[in-house]
Write a protein that binds this ligand. Structure first.
Ligand SMILES: [Zn+2]
Length: 262
């Protein structure tokens, strides 16, 4: 498929708002509406949900995948602040839970610098952190927000379309997107384990590894699942599932290899 580099520049429109952040929101949303394709089905453009009433901002008319756009002029760190903790938890199991689109932009260059998708199947309870309730003096006293723990999402769950102002070919983006769709078949609780074991494998830091390398990450899983007394069998079971779906291969003598594009 021929692949033109993506136009990363924002459209020159007069600043509508006093606040730079509000203007940036207009520019980034216009850009997404003009240039974002659907990584799930390849449809050329995304539709926009009207107003601010929805959790999601964009949707695909062909496959109905929904997307929430978050943009920032500084790079995203280990955590991204999101909305209410309660509604986020309810959303996790919903079939229309939006995938996340994280965009970094540069107003001096007036365009996109980095953009990646987090497919919705990576949203599990383990990567949602409950924040402290707002203080009694706050306008919404007692309200509880949440953070998305970006640092805990394995690289396979970060599908880059733009990195350092260079866009990836659409075919590659779609291939990476497809490589983890198998996670959707697992219930949300089972999916958490799979994603956490993917993260442990990543923390080993090599594509070839042994079972002992993954066991070395056991402490991380024990902290996440303090009531589970069978962490090692659980690790082996997840590795089997990841193997069955082509994410890993067993290369014999207790050795494994990661196959997925990451
Ligand atoms: Zn689509």
């Amino acid at each position: 498929m021929p692949d033109e580099p993506l136009n990363l520049g924002f459209e020159e429109t007069s600043a509508v708002f006093e606040s730079a952040t509000q203007n940036a929101r207009v520019w980034t949303e216009q850009w997404a509406a003009a240039w974002l394709f659907c990584p799930n089905c390849g449809s050329e453009r995304l539709g926009r949900f009207p107003g601010n009433s929805r959790v999601a901002d964009f949707f695909c008319e062909s496959c109905a995948e929904e997307y929430e756009l978050k943009s920032s002029k500084s790079r995203f760190g280990a955590k991204v602040v999101d909305g209410a903790f309660g509604s986020m938890c309810e959303r996790l199991a919903a079939s229309n839970n939006p995938s996340l689109v994280l965009m970094n932009y540069d107003l001096a260059r007036f365009g996109v610098t980095d953009l990646f998708f987090i497919p919705k199947q990576f949203f599990v309870r383990e990567i949602i952190q409950e924040r402290k309730p707002l203080a009694a003096t706050a306008r919404r006293a007692g309200w509880v927000g949440c953070n998305i723990l970006l640092g805990d999402i394995p690289q396979a769950g970060k599908v880059f379309l733009v990195r350092d102002r260079i866009s990836a070919p659409k075919a590659l983006v779609m291939e990476q997107w497809r490589s983890t769709l198998f996670l959707k078949n697992a219930a949300v609780t089972a999916r958490g384990w799979l994603i956490e074991v993917m993260k442990c494998v990543e923390l080993v830091g090599r594509s070839d590894f042994t079972l002992d390398d993954v066991y070395a990450q056991e402490g991380r899983l024990r902290r996440l699942y303090p009531n589970n007394r069978n962490v090692r069998p659980k690790i082996r079971q997840q590795l089997q599932v990841l193997r069955d779906h082509g994410y890993l291969e067993f290369i014999g003598r207790g050795r494994y290899r990661v196959r997925a594009a990451a």
